[in-house]
Design a protein around this ligand. Sequence first.
Ligand code: CP
Length: 336
Amino acid sequence: MNETLRWTRKDLLGIAPLDAPEIELILDTAESFLEVAERPIKKVPTLRGKGVINLFFEPSTRTRSSFELAEKRLSADSMNVSASTSALVKGESLLDTATNLQAMSPDLIIIRHQHPGVPHMLAKRLEAGVINAGDGAHEHPTQALLDALTIRRNKGRIKGLRVAIIGDIEHSRVVRSNIQLLNKLGAEVTIAGPRSMMPAAAHALGATVSYDLDEALEGRDVVMMLRTQLERHKRSLVPSVREYFKLFGLTHARLARAADDVIVMHPGPMNRGTEIASDVADGPASVILEQVANGVAVRMAVLYLLSTAATGAAPTAAGQSDKEPHAGDGAHRGES
Ligand code: CP
């Protein structure tokens, strides 16, 4: 753990603004939260008295439930607002909804939205810290952070690893956040997919670009498969699911090209038989469910760090505030 770096940001909007020590601080803090899940009573008092609002405008299983669980494990007072049951359906603007929620004095607002930049717009206008839980095809920072934690725990490092990210690159926010994070921590990233799912400026993303799955898999330490995001396709981008699986689906036979100790990742939700064979998804190289478990600890770390920045002081085990904020003080590890 970096004992000297302090978290100072009000918001977590993307990986782009973070530097490597900040990313490592989040990962180290998440490591220290992992053991909370092993306790008989999975709760610490760290965010007692803090208010968190989860504002999801797109469907989510993993991100939403792991933020909710992280908030509960930290003893925060959390509340969910979904677009379909809010006054948005009566014509209220997103900004009016958000400023009304702000009037209730939450400390943090988690937002997922289909339009890129919405979390950034809210962060500028709201006093509460804002966490981007996925904005269109732009960024999904907590996904990249939980992916990095999973890689680091399995491989012992990120620097120097050869990572392939395969699939629907154009429509993926996961790939954009992951390329930036992996580059900042010194990994070598290759992206691969059909030309119809590759953005025009793919080479500007910061990764080697391939259109051949076998080439992209050769010798890789980490293989990250992406979901084919049919709901974001304005037209059919592949002749058929069968054709896609034949060209870009991950099977055991194709995975044999990767390193012997390769790990297979997927952010979920998975389309089995489209981008990944079921026996690979459930096979010995798969760390897909570890990603989900690590997601709770990463989100606990992000909530903890942002709330210490918001108050200017780290909560103690007793739920009070220290005069000297310090993310590495271990205060969050106290039992409730
Ligand atoms: N990985 C991810 O964002 O999954 P959800 O859409 O279920 O949150």
